[in-house]
Design a protein around this ligand. Structure first.
Ligand SMILES: [Zn+2]
Length: 98
């Protein structure tokens, strides 16, 4: 998973534990912003309707439905990322027709 605070790749061994923190910046990892269900446009910003509402999305929570997100957090929260990765992604998409 990618840390929403520092943007570094965090290697997880199995499930993220409630108290687990980023080894690089010590940000809590068991948070909404790191969860696969987190979605800004959704009700309570969560795609899991049974999950308890978490008020602070960047605070560690005890949500049972937490599932580490495989996608990178929204760019706004992340400090500069290697842009090449994104460029590669887009050039692949664009090159489809040729
Ligand atoms: Zn971090």
């Amino acid at each position: 998973m990618v840390c929403a605070s520092c943007g570094k790749e965090v290697r997880q061994k199995g499930r993220i534990q409630f108290r687990e923190r980023c080894p690089f910046c010590d940000a809590p990892l068991h948070t909404c912003v790191h969860c696969g269900f987190y979605e800004k446009g959704a009700y309570n910003q969560c795609r899991e309707p049974k999950a308890e509402r978490q008020v602070e999305k960047e605070r560690e929570n005890r949500c049972e439905y937490f599932s580490a997100s495989s996608k990178a957090p929204s760019a706004a929260q992340v400090s500069p990322q290697p842009k090449a990765a994104f460029d590669a992604l887009f050039s692949k998409e664009n090159g489809k027709d040729t």
